[in-house]
Design a protein around this ligand. Structure first.
Ligand code: NAD
Length: 498
């Protein structure tokens, strides 16, 4: 058992609250570390450190900040294997998937390093005689990110990368379930030249989060996690008069049209439903084949593939996916499978009671498939967040379109078809934030923005891309008139850029 620490003012800092939580290795099903849960005084220390670092960081020219971010990226790549192994051991996802988690985060830092260009304002000359107007974007101050367990590298990097590039300082409150990678990332940032206090990491639960939101030095709250907490944090941030972007849960559908390449669709579904044990906010948890014949063929292809899936230890190359994150997650998912059976869905493949040789206590849940799921069932309306795929058969395209459109969640959706007209109609009309056409998990790349609709996202600006920079900056608009006067003589000195 080792002790995870906070990372405050450029240093690993032991917790002082006396409250801790166990961090599990999901393959072993046993605790491997303890993480401190911060009290108000520890959160205060983290905020104070970031506040003290703000003047220096925000006044550094953005190109210099960008260089530090790029050096940080270099160091993350250098330490990729070490970071991915730590991540796998705390989360349970496979080693290549852990690398993907880090990679998708790093891409946003690479994008954010272009902040000098991205932060350019607008300019209009002669809006009235001798009057010009320009706008500029300025950092907010100390901002925070509160992040979920399922992407312990990617989501902290999405939030911190953009906020730091814009000149803010950042207090990260990562998930207490897999806290080690965020600390290591912050340590590498300091090694890259980021001044102490610019990026602090504080672990904790509701106490830490409530303290962050209430503190008047915190100017913006970025959150990702489950919907009830996202909504509560959005409300609390608004009560304290601060901006918030809070992303929540999901129930992502994949519509399979009769003309789709069904082999391709089945392969895509297997990866999207069971990869990372279904613990992705963009995982596909509902398949919607259109027409009975499409449904029957699809189910047969899925069952064929599911029989060959390997559930196993995260660091074993042969594993397609690993355990779920905790005993509570395993119990919740298995409960949902029981609920689905009670509700009358047809359980085609049952993942309950899965075991892996040599790891009797691991948090294993096997790939599960339900057919003939209907829209009134809880396994359809609620987020399960595990390796459970529900097939809802649609009679025609219009019914298939209505399902994701009318669902409470609106994170991601996908359509598999060879018909451009159907695909175009679908992308235009579906009420979901991120859409894939023959792409099962349409996570937008770094320079576009990520965000769900309806109960999957609260706030008006998405994560990363230009929205991320808007969220973590405020606009100032300057109207200027100069009285005419004596002009200075010529200057022969090259103006300094950086
Ligand atoms: P969670 O809501 O339990 O926790 C998220 C964060 O909130 C953690 O840092 C946690 O410590 C904190 N937290 C938990 N309870 C709190 C409380 N009562 N008050 C204040 N803070 C609290 O979510 P999770 O289980 O870590 O992550 C899985 C969820 O995140 C799923 O619902 C998934 O769909 C969602 N998710 C959404 C996106 C997206 O972009 N929409 C991305 C990833 C994950």
């Amino acid at each position: 058992m080792h002790q995870v620490t906070h990372f405050i003012d450029g240093q690993r800092t032991e917790g002082t609250s006396g409250r801790t939580k166990e961090v599990f290795n999901p393959v072993q099903g046993a605790p491997q570390a303890t993480v401190p849960l911060a009290d108000e005084a520890e959160v205060d220390a983290a905020i104070a450190s970031s506040q003290a670092a703000f003047d220096g960081w925000s006044s550094m020219n953005p190109q210099r900040r960008g260089r530090i971010l790029l050096k940080w990226v270099d160091l993350i790549y250098t330490h990729m294997d070490e970071l991915a192994e730590t991540l796998s051991n705390e989360h349970g996802k496979t080693f290549p998937d852990a690398k993907g988690d880090i990679q998708r985060g790093v891409e946003v830092v690479e994008f954010a390093a272009g902040a000098p260009h991205l932060l350019k304002g607008e300019f209009s000359s002669e809006v009235a005689r001798g009057v010009d107007v320009h706008s500029l974007r300025q950092p907010l101050g100390v901002v925070t990110g509160i992040t979920p367990f399922n992407f312990p590298a990617m989501i902290p990097l999405w939030k911190a990368g953009v906020a730091l590039a814009a000149g803010n300082t950042f207090v990260l409150k990562p998930s207490e379930r897999d806290p080690s990678v965020p600390v290591r990332l912050a340590e590498l940032a300091v090694e890259a030249g980021m001044p102490a206090g610019v990026l602090n990491v504080i672990h904790g639960d509701k106490t830490a989060v409530d303290t962050l939101i209430a503190d008047e030095r915190i100017k913006a709250v970025g959150f990702v996690g489950s919907t009830p907490i996202a909504q509560a944090i959005y409300t609390a941030a608004a009560t304290h008069g601060k901006r918030a972007q809070c992303f929540g849960g999901a129930k992502n559908h994949m519509v399979i049209m009769p003309d789709a390449d069904l082999e391709q669709a089945a392969d895509a579904l297997i990866g999207a439903a069971y990869g990372s044990a279904g613990e992705r906010c963009m995982a596909i948890s509902v398949a919607v084949p259109v027409g009975e014949e499409t449904a029957d063929r699809l189910i047969a292809l899925l069952e064929e593939r599911m029989a060959k899936l390997t559930l196993g230890p995260s660091l074993d190359e042969k594993s397609d996916f690993g355990p779920v994150v905790g005993a509570d997650a395993k119990a919740r998912i298995e409960d949902y499978i029981g609920i689905g059976v009670d509700e009358g869905a047809e359980l085609r493949v049952d993942g309950r009671g899965a075991s892996v040789e040599g790891h009797p206590d691991g948090f294993w849940v096997g790939a599960t498939l339900f057919d003939r799921v209907t829209t009134d069932m809880r396994i359809y309306t609620e987020e399960i967040f595990g390796p459970v795929l529900c097939v809802v058969r649609a009679a025609d395209y219009e019914e298939a379109l209505r399902l994701p459109t009318e669902h409470e969640f609106g994170n991601g959706v996908s359509i598999f078809t060879r018909d451009g007209d159907a695909a175009r109609d679908f992308t235009q009309r579906v009420e979901v934030g991120m859409v894939g056409v023959n792409v099962p998990i349409p996570v937008p790349i770094a320079y576009y923005t990520f965000g769900g609709w309806k109960a999957s996202g609260f706030g008006d600006l998405n994560q990363h891309g230009t929205d991320g920079l808007k969220f973590y900056t405020k606009t100032k608009t300057v109207t200027t008139r100069w009285p005419s006067g004596i002009k200075d003589g010529a200057s022969f000195v090259m103006p300094e850029g950086s």
